[in-house]
Each structure stands twice: as C-alpha cells, then as structure tokens.
Design a protein around this ligand. Structure first.
Ligand code: UT7
Length: 329
C-alpha cells in the first residue's frame, strides 16, 4: 500500500479539566457489592472524578478551554468552527459547542456537537484536520467532553465502577511546513449498538426497551470483545497507510476504557504496553475526554515531547471506532 500524504494541519494547543470531587473504589464499596481488588484487577481504575450537581458538560468544556488559553500562546480569535464530541450534552437540543461560542463571545464561528460516544474525540479530529487541510477553516477548536456521572446507574455494579467526568480541548490549525496528521482510519458496526446504549428513548431498535430512566446500559463482555478485535485491525490499517512500523510510534493513546483492554490491544498489535498513555487510573472511563486527558497527562509528566509520533484510537458505543497517527508539537 502506498503511504498516504500527511494532511497540512497540526494540533497547536491542549487544555484539560476534571471536576474536583473524587469517587474512590472504597466509596463504591459502600454503594454496591464490589471491592477495590476486583475493580483494580479487572479495569485498572482506582478513582474517578464526578461533576457537581450543578456542573454540566458545557462547564467542563469551558474550563478545559480556559486551561488551554492559560498554558499556550493560543488565541480563539481565528477559530472558525467549534466541534464538541459528546454524548452527554447539557440539553438535548442546544449544542454544547454553541454554549462555548457564547461564553467566549466568538464571532462568526460555526458550532456543532458530534456524537460518536467514546470514539468522539478521534472522530472530531478526523473532521477538523480534513477541514483545515482543505483550506475550509483556518482554525478549529475541538473539545472531547462527557459527564457520564449524569447518566450512570449507581445501583449497577458492572457500569458504575467505570465512569467519570472530564473534558479535553485542542486547537487544530493549518501547518504547511510540517504536516502532522499522518494517517486516518474510522469505522462502525451498528449491529452491535445494543451492547451499550442509553435508555429512555422511544425506540424498539435492536429490542432496546421503550422505557427507561435515561441511564447507560452495557454488555461489558461484548464491548470488550469488539475493542480487542477491532482496534488491532484498525492499528494495522493505520500503520499500513502511514508507511510506519510499530517502533516509529512513540506513544499509543487508546480510549481509556479498561487497562485489560489496552494490554490486550498492545499485545495483539506489537506495541509495548509501556508506550501506552492512559487516564483511567485516577479518572476512570471519561468517554470522549479520555484521549485528550491521557495526552495531557503524558505532556505534564514530560513523556510526550515535540516531534513525537502519537497513535490515538477511540472506540465505544454505536459501535464506533476511529484512529489517527499524528505528530505532536
Ligand atoms: O467506553 C465505552 C465502552 N465500554 C467498554 O469498553 C467496557 C468494556 N468492558 C469491560 O471493561 C469489562 O467487560 C467490565 C469491566 C465491564 C467487566 O469485566 P469482565 O471481566 O468482563 O467481567 P464480567 O462482566 O464477565 O463479570 C464477571 C463476574 C460476574 O460474576 P459471575 O457471573 O461470574 O458470578 C459479575 O457479576 O464479575 C461480576 N461483577 C462484579 N463483581 C464485583 C461484575 N461487576 C462487578 C463488580 N464487582 N463491580
């Protein structure tokens, strides 16, 4: 396969936010029939951050953008489009992206939300990098954010031990000298939609119940199987498209769903597990936020350096998946 041409775009800034309230494994032990040992052994998660009762996805996004503006010489002046990847918007019909546009008073900025669940950030990066490289927009603000605590059933021990809240924002802008978006791959399998969904909508699709309380329902085993088969295949495609081998990947940043899933993907893909960056240990599964949160942890810990080659891969409800190879800095 001939290597694809890198897209003339790069990620120029990043900012993140997680709420201050910590829900530990010990706390969960008091809520459902579980224990720290089971959770750590099966998922690698020790703590998650939960939004306050009056804190919603738009607040997490705004805090992440503010963090970015405080750390980088980034300005939102030339941002022409805001894409928020989320499946937990504050309101069903006002896009969170519009709430961000209003908060920062950005003029003439397009704004929309994209729902590809836990693969949302990777889907949004696909869209943003293509629009920037095509010359349609100079700068795109991409935010991956979810408030999963709002839709988690805290009586269901198989899901409530997983999820947390958070947001990560990046700016994607034009870069002609050193195009940084090296390879893209995305896919979906709607026939597996029944394995992780939110109740309460009027549908009989795939026998999903007509009624419900709007909480998340998951067949963890099926989603697990989907992840550990689909993601290694996607990584193979990305490497073939980029003309790179595993050794050229400095950091692998998968969706932080479960450490056992990450270890299995690494083993199948020939990527050393110590090359994986994840945010799940102290933040849980934060859905669309998990990849930027892990990237930012890697930057803050001094692991990710300018020029490093990153392989990001998101997967989740839908079922959806998407990956990119991107040069950082
Ligand atoms: O981000 C969106 C995509 N979602 C995911 O990627 C989730 C993917 N799946 C997973 O991460 C894992 O499947 C889980 C962590 C959800 C579950 O782990 P598992 O190793 O697949 O466990 P299991 O569902 O097969 O359950 C094994 C046993 C069961 O008991 P029995 O039937 O063997 O007696 C469960 O009832 O573990 C029991 N169990 C628990 N025990 C203690 C389930 N949840 C818990 C719990 N504490 N929290």
């Amino acid at each position: 396969m001939t290597a694809s041409t890198p897209l003339q775009a790069r990620i120029s800034a990043i900012g993140t936010y997680v709420p201050s309230h910590i829900l530990s494994n010990a706390d969960l032990q008091d809520m459902v029939d579980t224990n720290d040992e089971w959770i750590v052994q099966r998922t690698g998660i020790r703590e998650r951050r939960l939004a306050a009762a009056d804190e919603f996805t738009s607040h997490l996004c705004i805090a992440a953008v503010q963090d970015m503006l405080g750390r980088y010489p980034a300005s939102l002046d030339e941002v022409e489009l805001i894409i928020v990847a989320t499946h937990t918007p504050d309101l069903p019909s006002t896009p969170v992206a519009c709430q961000i546009q209003a908060h920062f008073g950005l003029p003439a900025t397009g704004a929309y939300d994209l729902n590809a669940t836990c693969a949302g950030f990777a889907y949004a990066l696909h869209t943003a990098s293509a629009l920037v490289a095509a010359g349609v927009h100079r700068k795109v603000l991409v935010v991956g954010a979810d408030s999963l605590s709002k839709i988690t059933d805290y009586t269901d021990r198989s899901t409530c031990i997983l999820f947390g809240d958070g947001a990560g924002a990046v700016v994607v802008e034009r870069e002609e000298q050193h195009p940084a978006f090296i390879a893209h791959h995305m896919g979906s399998d709607g026939s597996g939609g029944k394995h992780v969904y939110r109740t309460g909508l009027s549908t009989m699709w795939q026998d999903i119940p007509l009624t419900g309380d709007g909480k998340l329902v998951q067949n963890g085993r099926e989603v697990y199987k989907f992840a550990v088969t689909t993601v290694p295949q996607g990584i193979e495609k990305l490497l073939a498209k980029s003309g790179l081998t595993q050794t050229a990947i400095d950091w692998f940043i998968p969706h932080s769903a479960n450490l056992r899933i990450i270890e299995s993907i690494c083993e199948k893909s020939g990527i050393p597990v110590d090359k994986a960056l994840y945010s799940l240990e102290y933040m849980g599964n934060t859905s669309a936020a998990s990849i930027p949160l892990a990237l930012d942890l890697g930057i803050k810990e001094g692991k990710v350096k300018d020029g490093d080659t990153l392989l990001m891969y998101g997967f989740g409800g839908g079922l959806t998946h998407a990956g990119l190879i991107v040069r950082w800095g």
